[in-house]
Design a protein around this ligand. Structure first.
Ligand SMILES: *Cc1c(COP(=O)(O)O)cnc(C)c1O
Length: 345
């Protein structure tokens, strides 16, 4: 039933991609008189590798994914936008989300003039029944599933995600920005079996590199080749490629694993501490590096924390009395808990 050829937008199918001067990039010894660059300056006088070859090879090795199945964007946000531009015909196709969820899907749908269909999660933020989901699908387009979900922190079963993909003849985008903080398996294991699945990951959260803007999309190589065709040729800058590569070496991977364990440990500490406060109505268990809680007095909490120089995320527009708290370092977390305890006196 799913046919990729049918969901590529006609204008994109016909597009001849920009051919960059550095298409035969060899790096190193050539005399480069093809791109109007300056011959002077540091290594940054040259345009970056448009294919991000070294970084992709390292990611492929770390994740067990072929290079041709990897897209690297200037953050996941770029990948999300390009998916719309390639695979979602404005005014015809639709974007499906489970709400509450990450805000960029809505923004990107709106920018691309695509109708958004919101399927509400249950009160405990679980997915609605598969029948209800199937009944809600009325078009092709993009179906976003954020797991672990931001801002609720829970994770969805890969079985249900597979079922949704089977029932949909657009692309299912599984956003795994927080997967490294969870104890569940990544959906990348489904990529061989499910043709219309795209898995998004990022170096912004567990890798501690939000400033680099490195977003990753994995999918079958036909889906990826279209994204590569339409991306700005130099979308990932030289410094980001270098630093991203460095983060994947053995030493830094060990350091990162320790940091992730520490964050998980602090998350459990914060979960317990928040639960014990008389001002929390409900604290949701989280598989991410944040916790969502419902408070009796959210406005007062936001103000008191701000007075102490602590900023948390107001989610009341999506969830009644809901505030989202990122897990900081142990001292930051202690300060937050102490401030909330003071407030209860
Ligand atoms: C933080 C986050 C991202 C990361 O976006 P980048 O553009 O890669 O920094 C993606 N998806 C979700 C759900 C997030 O919360």
């Amino acid at each position: 039933m799913f046919d990729l050829e049918k969901i590529i937008r006609p204008n994109i199918k016909m597009l001849t991609p920009y051919s960059s001067a550095r298409d035969e990039y060899r790096g190193g010894t050539d005399i480069l008189l093809d791109a109007n660059e300056s011959p002077y300056g540091s290594a940054l006088n040259r345009y970056p590798d448009p294919y991000q070859t070294k970084l992709k090879q390292a990611i492929g090795k770390a994740k067990g994914i072929e290079v041709s199945s990897i897209f690297i964007g200037n953050g996941s946000d770029e990948a999300i936008d390009l998916l719309f531009r390639a695979y979602c015909e404005p005014k015809v196709d639709k974007a499906y989300i489970f709400s509450p969820t990450y805000g960029m899907y809505r923004v990107s749908a709106q920018v691309n003039n695509v109708e958004l269909v919101e399927l509400p999660l249950t009160v405990e933020f679980e997915l609605p029944s598969i029948d209800m989901i199937k009944d809600s699908i009325t078009s092709r387009g993009l179906f976003f599933i954020c797991s672990p979900n931001n801002p609720t922190g829970n994770i969805y079963s890969l079985d249900v995600i597979s079922e949704i993909a089977k029932a949909f003849d657009g692309l299912v985008i599984l956003d795994e920005a927080y997967i490294d903080f969870s104890n569940s398996k990544s959906g990348t294991c489904l990529l061989d079996k499910i043709d219309n699945l795209v898995v998004l990951q990022t170096m912004s959260k567990a890798y501690g590199l939000a400033g680099l803007r490195l977003g990753l999309a994995y999918a079958n190589k036909k889906i990826i080749s279209v994204l590569n065709k339409i991306k700005p040729p130099y979308n990932v800058n030289t410094l980001s490629q270098e630093k991203g590569l460095e983060a994947l070496n053995e030493k830094n991977s060990k350091i990162r694993e320790k940091q992730i364990s520490e964050i998980i440990c602090q998350r459990e500490r914060m979960f317990k501490a928040l639960n014990e406060l008389p001002i929390t109505v409900e604290v949701f268990p989280s598989q991410g590096n944040f916790i969502l809680a419902i408070f009796t007095n959210p406005q007062q909490i936001l103000e008191s924390l701000r007075n102490e120089g602590i900023i948390i995320r107001d989610r009341r527009s999506q969830i009644k009395n809901g505030l989202r708290i990122s897990i900081g370092n142990p001292d930051e977390n202690t300060k937050l808990i102490n401030t909330l305890n003071e407030l209860c006196k």
